[in-house]
Design a protein around this ligand. Structure first.
Ligand SMILES: Cc1cc2nc3c(=O)[nH]c(=O)nc-3n(C[C@H](O)[C@H](O)[C@H](O)COP(=O)(O)OP(=O)(O)OC[C@H]3O[C@@H](n4cnc5c(N)ncnc54)[C@H](O)[C@@H]3O)c2cc1C
Ligand code: FES
Length: 604
């Protein structure tokens, strides 16, 4: 058996500290290498390799981007033809994975392949029909997911909103079903590391450690009273029926009432080089640290806007990363002007000021009114060129974390035909809700960031409020005072949200020139120029038409990464408001699922 020599391409991820969990042997391009128990496949690979795959159209290297199952940029091939989404799949002993030779060489002359690789075909290309599931396929009728489910009230999402909704329902004697794509409850902010890789709450969640602990404890006490299905994706929603894909395969689940608490992902704006390995979403950079105890690089530049920009830079610096700088598109004057509004939540404001002061005290450069020009490098990040007014300069770094706030996950309410309205505050189309969280469709409720970005505290309150609304609708007696008090608290958070948006305004597309060859859609590799050409040909700045003409937003991420930018581009080109370009229609499956799970015959 051959032990791998040191990695042949520069590894992208850096462990913040040596993990204490057991080593796990696996095969990489036929050589035996090691990961640590609790590593995702992505961590296992990128701590020894420079990238994961090459893109379909331009054959450019890719190393994932969002690290939370949203962008679909991290699928890797197994030697038996299966493919796995590497950022959400834990490494298992004996897995046999294939990377492009430039990322980590296939067995070189003189290396002895591990016995058995010849029989499995070595580094075979992905199966032409797509992805096989990584676990034995079961007949849906035998699936425990289906057998044990409570058929009536379903909460989708195990973050702050979903857990507080379940808590209220359970306290009224109901047994809701909680379905969550994540393996452990907590959602994005209170995401828990894999079993065996736990760290003290203070180290993971900082000032929010107490809230995280309380939410995790609530989830734990709820478990005997709810029907909990982790690692299960709701990939389709129709009136009265959900389609699920989980550890046991496919299942269908009937419901009468649904609380959607599906959260958000990073809002991304493209710039030249944003698909180069080493560029990650801000949330992705944080997930890497929280969930995997890994830094996305040794020297990281943070570019974008919003409170998360400063928070993640602070978290990285505290973990020993060299923060090359924070480059915020918002002008400092906007932050000053928003100060009175932000004083509505003095504790939150104080935390933000603390992060800022901490970064400044350590001499970390912080620049406002700053936009990225391009990422330098081709196979990996070598620097970030930034612009501030008429001044341009290059920052040396080997990783970039970028994000411009968050965007709600609204595919499920769209499939359920809920009415949407344009929200100028969020610059996005959001499901129309009453103050309690009822959508326009009877029996469908929304709470948390999936209903419009409001933050974790507001998500907890909104989850509880939506559950009370549901209880009232099924004829249960609901304490009106509690309901009104929750609504008042939600409104206070909304007011604070307005102030935050003023402090970190969304950058003006027109004031930020991008060369035409800048990729707009990273899945389909559509450039800004191609989208503009499609618009000029068609003359109608409408997102779905442009999607049909040039495939922007048609890829595996379903527009999660590019739709905000595409809307801004169309609006700027057509000289119209962003609300006028419409919104991308959602389609099932909301995230890729194995074709074999849908009944396709891989041998056909
Ligand atoms: C990457 C990221 C990092 C963040 N970091 C911070 C931070 O450090 N500090 C801070 O104050 N705020 C942070 N936020 C914001 C904060 O996480 C949210 O405000 C808060 O978590 C909202 O709670 P929620 O319950 O609405 O959604 P979430 O916490 O996002 O939970 C939603 C859950 O729904 C699940 N889900 C979604 N769709 C489906 C589906 N179709 N099927 C099954 N399950 C599904 C997801 O897997 C997730 O577990 C972050 C947000 C993101 C996206
Ligand atoms: S990096 Fe895995 S889905 Fe985005």
């Amino acid at each position: 058996m051959t032990e791998a020599t040191p990695a042949r391409a520069r590894p992208q991820l850096v462990r913040a500290r040596p993990p204490s969990t057991a080593t796990i042997p696996f095969l990489l391009n036929g050589l035996q290498v090691h990961a640590r128990k609790g590593d995702t496949v992505l961590t296992a690979l990128l701590t020894q390799a420079g990238h994961l795959r090459t893109s379909e159209f331009l054959a450019r290297p890719r190393a994932g981007f969002c690290l939370m199952g949203a962008c679909q940029d991290c699928w890797v091939s197994c030697s038996d033809g299966r493919r796995v989404r590497s950022c959400t799949t834990l490494i298992e002993p004996g897995m046999s994975l294939c990377l492009p030779p430039a990322a980590f060489s296939c067995p070189a002359k003189g290396d002895t392949p591990v016995p058995g690789m010849e029989e499995t075909g070595g580094c075979t290309p992905p199966h032409p029909l797509g992805d096989k599931p990584c676990f034995p396929q079961q007949d849906a009728a035998q699936s425990p997911v289906k057998r044990t489910m409570n058929p009536r009230i379903i909460v989708i999402g195990g973050g702050p909103a979903g857990i507080r909704a379940c808590e209220i329902l359970v306290s009224h004697g109901l047994q809701p079903t909680l379905i969550d794509e994540s393996p452990r409850p907590g959602g994005q902010i209170y995401r828990q590391p894999p079993q065996g890789r736990e760290r003290p709450a203070r180290a993971l969640y900082g000032f929010e450690a107490g809230k995280a602990r309380r939410l995790h404890e609530t989830a734990q006490t709820l478990l005997p009273h709810i029907d909990y299905h982790p690692e299960t994706l709701v990939w389709n929603a129709a009136p009265g029926m959900l389609d699920l894909h989980g550890p046991q395969g496919m299942a269908r689940q009937a419901y009468t009432h649904l609380i959607l608490a599906t959260g958000a992902t990073d809002r991304i704006l493209p710039f030249e080089g944003w698909t180069i390995p080493g560029v990650y979403s801000l949330g992705g950079a944080q997930v890497s640290l929280k969930h995997q105890d890994c830094l996305v690089g040794n020297r990281v530049a943070f570019v974008g806007t919003g409170p998360l920009l400063y928070l993640v830079a602070y978290q990285y610096a505290r973990q020993g990363a060299h923060v090359a700088g924070v480059f915020d598109s918002a002008p400092f004057s906007a932050q000053l002007r928003a100060l009175p509004g932000m004083c509505r939540k003095p504790a939150v404001l104080a935390k933000g000021l603390y992060y800022l002061a901490w970064l400044r005290a350590r001499g970390i450069p912080i620049h406002t009114s700053c936009t990225p020009v391009r990422v330098e490098g081709s196979e990996h990040v070598q620097g970030l060129r930034v612009r501030q007014g008429s001044r341009e300069w290059t920052v040396a770094c080997d990783a970039v974390a970028t994000g411009y706030g968050l965007r709600s996950e609204t595919q499920l309410p769209d499939l359920l035909e809920c009415e949407f309205d344009y929200s100028p505050l969020h610059r996005a189309w959001l499901p129309r809700l009453d103050p309690a969280g009822r959508s326009s469709v009877a029996g469908i409720y929304l709470a948390g960031d999936g209903a419009g970005i409001g933050g974790a505290d507001m998500a907890e309150i909104a989850g509880a409020r939506a559950a009370l609304a549901l209880l009232a609708d099924i004829g249960r007696l609901v304490p009106l005072r509690q309901a009104r008090s929750l609504e008042r608290r939600i409104n206070r958070w909304r007011a604070f949200r307005h102030a935050l948006e003023r402090a970190f305004p969304f950058p003006d597309w027109q004031a930020w020139p991008r060369p035409g060859h800048t990729l707009l859609c990273r899945c389909e590799e559509v450039t800004c120029a191609q989208a503009v050409a499609a618009l000029q040909m068609d003359g109608q700045p409408e997102l779905n038409r442009i999607k049909a003409l040039c495939r922007v937003g048609m890829g595996r991420c379903q527009g999660r990464m590019c739709s905000s930018a595409a809307a801004e581009l169309l609006a700027a080109q057509g000289d119209i408001d962003t609300s006028s370009v419409g919104r991308l229609r959602s389609q099932a499956p909301v995230k890729p699922i194995p074709l074999t799970a849908l009944g396709a015959d891989p041998s056909a």
